[in-house]
Design a protein around this ligand. Structure first.
Ligand code: NOJ
Length: 561
């Protein structure tokens, strides 16, 4: 037990589970093939029955959709694709009525190039909004430095009207805002305040560590921006201007590629007034080679355990972890880490058990609660994601074999997580009545919500529901101290969580082979709290079996699930 949490009432989000909705792929209510707010409203009971506490919506603001809404042209309106502000208010009220909270995506490292701020900024060198973005003169008739965009090509584009380059760490249609300008910060904070006044319960902040760029980096030779030192000042200023006085009911999570555990302790330390938690990337980068994310390395369980355990320890006395195995930028977790063919139920539920039993706030990505798999795309025409399409064009243009690149993309592309949620075995998986904007996975007739929820003791949804119930019920799940066991074992994921006299022993067999437990590991383990096999043998774990035991010195510690 950490001193910090022992002396203070733990924040509500230590017991909470967050569910991420990627609105374009969730549910379509108006028959245009694209998910929308009406679709979300129609499915709120699905989420309430699952037991989630918070819904995070990927961006629904007005946007040219160059990056599916992560390119915003109006922060204060809803894109007509998704609905209207009035419908948003209705959705928010219906979420609150069910006792859940709603978190918005906040994308303020960059805007769309169609945002009025950028339209003005690019219009002339002396426009009052010129300095709202990052403009630099050419150096030797080239880009100011060698930074590359996350979506291929240089991170600078030349604007011929004024003869200067502007910075875009993502697509050319996503120019980076200049956070050094206090007017920019003021405008962003005012916008955030208006959303909170409207009733939203917090923000997931897109690549928020990228907002700080130092001048020496901008004109220097570095290959990629590191995190400028002002990031802590910006986040503390944001806290003062936006969250102070109302933060206890809210939740803030900052997406931070490249963040170290030492940085994260600063970002999330309770006394520092920056963020509640961050999304770190270390564990989802372990299977990327130095050549980039599309060059897939074999999965290494020991490396994963080592990495996550470092984060557990690093944020034990100060700070807080967010826990995720998948989201709209990552492959489907059961395809990446599990066996999505022979042991789909077992491996999906094992992944859920391991994740949700770590210390931190777990995030469920839409469809993971029924074990949705990678997309099974075979041709480039099926892909829609700007990152994947640009990558394909770049490397095939440079001579790579298209079939090889498609194979890598079938494993790694972000579109794997963006196919429509499979609700029923019917046409278009019950997602829409029209042609969906992206192909439905060909396995939808067998993998869908309706079939899963009718699967009795093999329902993944029901397993998640019970796991969430355990977190809500037992303080040891939320707050217990974490200790990794058998760190070098290549297939066994084992750890304990301890709070006072309460101890959980979590065991998972991350493999297709039966596994005999190391001598002494599970002596006197207590009662089984939850597991994914109906019957079990104490000394053995079946393929992808996950089991959680509880031993409590307190009277009446009965299994709760
Ligand atoms: C991170 C988001 O999660 C991703 O989807 C997006 O493309 C980039 N940031 C740029 O906004």
């Amino acid at each position: 037990m950490t001193t910090e949490l022992a002396t203070e009432t733990p924040a509500w989000w230590t017991r909470a589970v967050v569910y991420q909705i990627y609105p374009r792929s969730f549910a379509d209510s108006n028959g245009d093939g694209i998910g929308d707010l009406g679709g979300i409203r129609a499915k709120l009971d699905h989420l309430a029955e699952l037991g989630v506490d918070v819904i995070w919506l990927s961006p629904i603001y007005r946007s040219p959709q160059a990056d599916n809404g992560y390119d915003i042209s109006d922060y204060e309106d809803i894109d007509p694709l998704f609905g209207t502000l009035a419908e948003f208010d209705q959705l928010l009220a219906e979420v609150h009525e069910r006792g859940m909270k709603l978190v918005m995506d906040l994308v303020v490292n960059h805007t769309s190039d169609e945002h009025p701020w950028f339209v003005e900024s690019r219009s002339s060198r002396d426009n009052p909004k010129r300095d709202w973005y990052i403009w630099r003169d050419p150096v030797d008739a080239h880009e100011p430095n060698g930074w590359t965009s996350a979506f291929s090509g240089p991170a600078w584009s030349l604007d011929t009207t004024t003869g200067q380059y502007y910075l875009h760490l993502f697509a050319a249609k996503q120019p980076d805002l200049n956070w050094q300008n206090p007017e920019v910060r003021g405008a962003v904070f005012a916008m955030m305040n208006r959303w909170l006044d409207r009733g939203v319960d917090g923000f997931r902040m897109d690549v928020i560590n990228f907002i700080a760029k130092t001048e020496s980096e901008l004109v220097g030779e570095s290959v990629h921006p590191s995190m400028g030192a002002q990031i802590h000042d910006y986040l503390q200023e944001m806290h003062r201007e936006v969250f102070a006085g109302r933060d206890t009911e809210l939740i803030t999570v900052g997406e931070m590629p490249g963040v170290t555990v030492e940085d994260a302790a600063l970002f999330t330390g309770a006394e520092r007034n920056e963020l509640d938690m961050v999304f770190q990337f270390e564990h989802v980068g372990l299977d990327h080679s130095d050549a980039g994310k599309f060059d897939n390395l074999p999965f290494d369980l020991v490396a994963l355990k080592t990495s996550l355990a470092r984060w557990q320890t690093g944020l034990a006395s100060s700070g807080w972890n967010s826990l995720y195995f998948g989201n709209h930028d990552q492959p489907r977790s059961v395809s990446r880490f599990g066996d999505d063919r022979r042991y789909r139920y077992e491996s999906a539920t094992l992944l859920a058990t391991i994740l949700h039993l770590h210390r931190g706030t777990p995030y469920i990505y839409q469809g993971d609660e029924i074990g949705m798999t990678n997309a099974n795309f075979e041709s480039i025409e099926q892909y829609k994601d700007i990152e994947s399409l640009n990558h394909f064009a770049e490397v095939v243009g440079a001579g790579a074999e298209p079939a090889t690149v498609l194979e890598q993309m079938a494993f790694r592309s972000r579109d794997n997580a963006r196919t429509p949620v499979q609700w029923t075995p019917g046409p278009h998986a019950g997602f829409t009545t029209a042609e969906p904007w992206i192909h439905v996975n060909s396995n939808a007739s067998t993998i869908n919500v309706q079939t899963d929820r009718a699967a009795g003791d093999r329902s993944i949804f029901d397993f998640y529901r019970r796991l969430i119930g355990v977190r809500h019920e037992l303080p040891v799940v939320a707050l217990g101290e974490f200790a990794l066991l058998e760190p070098e074992h290549p297939a066994l994921y084992a750890f304990t969580r301890t709070l006072g006299g309460d101890r959980l022993l979590v065991l998972g067999n991350w493999s297709n082979e039966r596994l005999r437990l190391p001598e002494g590991l599970a002596d006197d383990p207590g009662t089984r709290l939850i597991g994914n096999y109906p019957e079990w043998h104490e000394a053995v774990l079946e393929p992808w079996e996950a089991r959680v035991y509880r031993r409590s010195e307190r009277a009446g510690a009965e299994p709760v699930a």
